[in-house]
Design a protein around this ligand. Structure first.
Ligand SMILES: NC(=O)c1ccc[n+]([C@@H]2O[C@H](COP(=O)([O-])OP(=O)(O)OC[C@H]3O[C@@H](n4cnc5c(N)ncnc54)[C@H](O)[C@@H]3O)[C@@H](O)[C@H]2O)c1
Ligand SMILES: [Zn+2]
Length: 380
């Protein structure tokens, strides 16, 4: 097959998209970005945001919205591949902005696919940035019932400070297992549901159109460029902005909740692997490290690296829609595409902190976001 040259990245001014776009241009691709420079990510002066400034001289930038047919039409002209990343991404926020999240994430995806089903426009590859959020609480082992998929944790348990998952059959405590791509989709948030619907729309229409599609389920991505002003997602940047403002860190639950944190460079490398490799066609891949890290460890590590003495408060509060743990089984992407994460947690966090140290101090909007979550009944 002819090599891919022109790549459209929707949401390409965002954290992952901007790194991906720059990496693609360095590798000889010609990149177009469709992005509305949303204020939540890019701040009140978006044309001066760190992320936008980092890409603007290297890509063709189209300011537009994935909910607008004309914006897609003008961005799609002449493209060989589309990497669809534009999305609303706050798990907690998605629980009270149900329409907006569905509109952007599902509606925007549906519009792209609707246009392509009518006219493929020469597009030969589709890539979607999905999320570990599709797994919800993920996969566990019950010693009596084997592999199980716990539902969202109950209010009673959470209120009583019991944060772990239970077997959905016998209600006994269960042991965490990594999620693999065939694990049950079991989202516990509106965000997770929208990501899963995106996947299904992609796979079903891509097969019908014979345009190979690749779905990546990213774990928690972190690294330089992560929005330091968005208080709704990205624990590394939320904690960093609080520390830099001299404010105490608020850790939910008992701090033992964990995630699989993957460094931005590894995320970009994994994404590019599937762009040209036909083995990836119509496949779903986890992109993670396969190693869980708990939130309290991150809080401690960051305060130490910034040489800060801000207190770390373990609140015992919890957010509705949040999950306890998740980490990825990355056997499939390793085997099919030869992916190996090159940056472990120590190396990645050091590089992130070095970057933050050179950024201007951002206002700590976290208390406002907490107030908003509380007003919407999502923090208890
Ligand atoms: N960062 C993570 O840890 C993570 C984890 C799993 C999945 N993902 C997925 O990866 C993708 C990129 O995430 P990110 O962390 O770079 O997010 P981000 O918020 O930094 O970037 C998203 C970009 O999309 C743009 N955008 C938002 N709404 C838009 C609209 N209606 N029209 C056009 N552009 C719009 C924003 O301006 C922003 O530049 C998303 O699809 C997200 O769901 C991210
Ligand atoms: Zn059981």
């Amino acid at each position: 097959m002819q090599k891919i040259k022109n790549v459209l990245i929707s949401g390409g001014a965002g954290f992952i998209g901007s790194h991906l776009g720059l990496s693609l241009t360095r590798n000889g691709y010609s990149v177009t970005v469709l992005d509305n420079l949303s204020r939540q990510i890019h701040g009140s002066d978006p044309e001066n945001s760190y992320l936008y400034k980092s890409i603007k001289d290297n890509v063709t930038f189209i300011k537009g919205d994935v909910r607008n047919r004309n914006d897609w039409e003008r961005s799609l002209a002449g493209q060989d591949a589309v990497i669809h990343m534009a999305a609303e991404t706050g798990t907690g926020q998605s629980m009270y902005r149900v329409f907006d999240y569905s509109d952007v994430n599902i509606g925007g995806t549906a519009l792209l696919l609707d246009i392509l089903t009518k006219n493929r426009k020469g597009v030969r590859k589709l890539i979607l940035s999905s999320s570990r959020a599709v797994y919800g609480e993920g996969r566990y082992l019950c010693f009596t019932h084997g592999e199980v998929y716990p539902a969202a944790r109950t209010e009673d348990d959470l209120k009583n400070g019991f944060f772990d998952c239970r077997c959905p059959v016998c209600r006994r405590q269960v042991e965490l297992l990594p999620t693999h791509e065939d694990s049950k989709a079991n989202a516990t948030s509106v965000y997770g549901i929208t990501k899963y619907v995106q996947e299904q729309l992609f796979l079903v229409t891509a097969k019908a159109m014979h345009i190979p599609a690749v779905i990546y389920r990213y774990q928690n991505v972190y690294g330089p460029g992560q929005s330091l002003s968005n208080p709704y997602c990205g624990i590394f940047s939320i904690f960093s902005t609080q520390i830099k403002n001299g404010n105490a860190l608020n850790v939910f639950e008992d701090g033992q909740e964990s995630r699989d944190f993957i460094f931005i460079k590894d995320t970009v490398n994994a994404t590019i692997l599937g762009l040209e490799d036909e083995k990836a066609d119509y496949q779903v891949y986890n992109v993670g490290t396969g190693v869980p890290v708990n939130v309290l460890d991150i809080a401690r590590k960051l305060t130490r690296l910034y040489r800060s003495k801000v207190p770390i408060n373990i609140s015992g509060n919890y957010r509705v829609g949040d999950i306890r743990h998740n980490y990825a089984d990355i056997t499939k992407i390793r085997k099919d595409l030869g992916f190996t994460p090159e940056n472990n947690f120590e190396k990645g966090i050091a590089e992130f902190v070095k970057w933050v140290d050179h950024q201007e101090l951002k206002e700590d909007r976290y208390p406002d976001s907490i107030k908003e979550l509380k007003e919407n009944g999502l923090i208890r």
